[in-house]
Design a protein around this ligand. Structure first.
Ligand code: FAD
Length: 441
């Protein structure tokens, strides 16, 4: 993502705060119930805000292009994770304050059967939230498959928010007022509608715009390129560097799509798109067996990892399969006859696993491209760069005036952290580089 759009980011934060605090302030309009002590009112305000923050998560993850484009999908998901923890904390602190303040509401009845309905719903909401947090934070450690986790994540979120709303209605007080109650029910319905938009309306749209696998190409480095052609429609238009969500088996209503960068040129005029997929887990493993003729679905394009600056030298730093968006950028610029200087610093384990090695060589004839291969396990006789990409390597290969170039970084998280630190050392401002992280979770 680019870090140059600060005013726009500030606007998005203001809009976000409006949606969180707006519904809370609506409770203060018109007729008010009798005032309670500060601790109770404060704790209730935290509960309402926590619920609003959780509900808005459906908006954050609804893949609205106007939201994701300026900020970048990875930033949205990062925000989603961080803000969820704050929301859950608010919801947990809500009863804790009441408990500490010795509120009547927290007194347990003699028998569980006498528990008020509002308390039962609060319990359901809090337990769902607890499960949601534990499975989200420790999914890998708990060995939960991504697809299973994804489905349970949605169900638990719906349960937490639904039970939260019923808790508020059953407890009454502010929501005893019929129009305030109607307002909050409407707000929650809107959040759930956002989920329906992603899970029902978007898939319906995709269903009418299928693609067919035209070709399957094996690449070096356990990578398979799927060439897909639109069937009965013009296909999507993407900018080089963007990605799409791919559904290979089943209908677009399937909960889990997988994100992959487009690796082909954006100049194809027949709507053809390519994705190059490295073997990494069960889904990417199965990609090896895809056959031409298979029907697939694509949702996209998404992402802001795109060329913007018209003058600067473009420096692309790729690690492993992080080469795919760079391939799209280089192929597109080659097809456009763009003669700007391109420098690709491409890190791989060994020479045999360098995907697109031969094509990159050919592309150097059609563009002003220089490729610097960096191998972490070089073979005997290798005379090129080896080890890890760092500031010293940049200084050996990049023209002076480092802060004037435009940088694109995509690769394993650990490599990206090191490169961002190296660029910092070279006084390259954040506004000059774009990062694409291949993990949202
Ligand atoms: C913006 C973006 C672009 C990407 N582009 C490419 C590309 O061009 N080529 C390529 O080979 N890989 C790409 N990836 C990575 C690719 O999406 C994952 O490798 C793939 O989804 C793993 O699925 P799996 O079931 O084979 O592996 P698993 O072992 O199930 O998953 C491995 C890890 O990948 C992540 N992951 C799995 N499924 C999903 C999903 N549905 N959504 C998000 N993350 C998931 C999780 O962190 C998981 O722990 C990209 C990822 C992102 C976020």
């Amino acid at each position: 993502m680019s870090h140059r759009d600060l005013p726009r980011h500030a606007l998005w934060i203001t809009i976000y705060l409006f949606f969180i605090l707006g519904p809370l302030f609506v409770l203060l309009i018109g007729a008010m119930p009798p005032a309670r002590d500060f601790a109770t009112e404060f704790s209730v305000a935290l509960g309402y805000s926590g619920l609003a923050m959780m509900g808005l998560q459906f908006g954050l993850t609804a893949r609205f292009r106007h939201v994701t484009q300026p900020l970048g999908e990875d930033v949205i998901y990062h925000f989603h994770r961080r803000i969820s923890l704050i929301a859950v904390t608010l919801v947990f602190v809500h009863p804790l304050i009441l408990l500490v303040a010795g509120s009547e509401a927290m007194r347990l009845p003699d028998s569980l059967m006498e528990l008020p309905l509002g308390a039962v719903f609060a319990g359901i909401s809090v337990c769902s939230l607890l499960l949601l947090v534990v499975t989200a934070l420790w999914r890998t450690r708990l060995k939960i498959r991504y697809e299973v986790w994804h489905a349970s994540h949605i169900v638990l979120a719906l349960l937490a928010i639904g039970a939260g709303l019923f808790h508020m209605i059953a407890w009454g007080f502010y929501l005893d007022n019929p129009w305030k109650r109607a307002f909050w029910i409407g707000v929650v319905a809107l959040w759930i509608a956002l989920l329906l938009y992603v899970r029902v309306f978007k898939p319906l749209f995709m269903l009418r715009r299928p693609y067919r696998i035209a070709e399957v190409r094996k690449e070096r480095g356990e990578t398979t390129t799927l060439v897909m052609r639109p069937e009965g429609h013009a296909g999507l238009r993407f900018q080089p560097g963007q990605f799409g969500w791919l559904t290979l088996w089943g209908s677009p209503f399937k909960i889990t799509g997988h994100p992959f960068s487009f690796s082909s040129s954006a100049q194809a005029d027949d709507g053809r798109v390519e994705m190059s997929i490295r073997r990494l887990g069960d889904f990417t493993d199965a990609v090896q067996s895809v056959a031409p003729g298979q029907r697939v679905y694509l949702d996209g394009p998404y992402g802001s990892f795109t060329v913007r600056d018209s003058t600067a030298v473009k420096v692309m730093i790729a690690g492993g399969i992080g080469i795919t968006p760079m391939m799209s950028i280089i192929r597109t610029l080659a097809d456009r006859g763009d003669k700007r200087r391109l420098i690709l610093i491409y890190g791989n384990k060994d020479w045999d696993s360098v995907s697109f090695r031969e094509e990159l060589e050919a592309l150097q004839e059609r563009t002003q491209l220089t490729v610097v291969h960096v191998l972490s396990r070089p073979h005997v006789g290798w005379t090129g760069e080896s080890g890890y990409i760092d500031a010293a390597l940049f200084k050996r290969h990049l023209p002076e005036g480092y802060a004037d170039h435009e940088y694109f970084i995509c690769g394993p998280g650990i490599m990206m952290d090191a490169i961002e630190a190296a660029l910092g050392e070279m006084d390259v401002p954040l506004s000059r580089y774009h990062s694409e992280r291949y993990s949202f979770v």
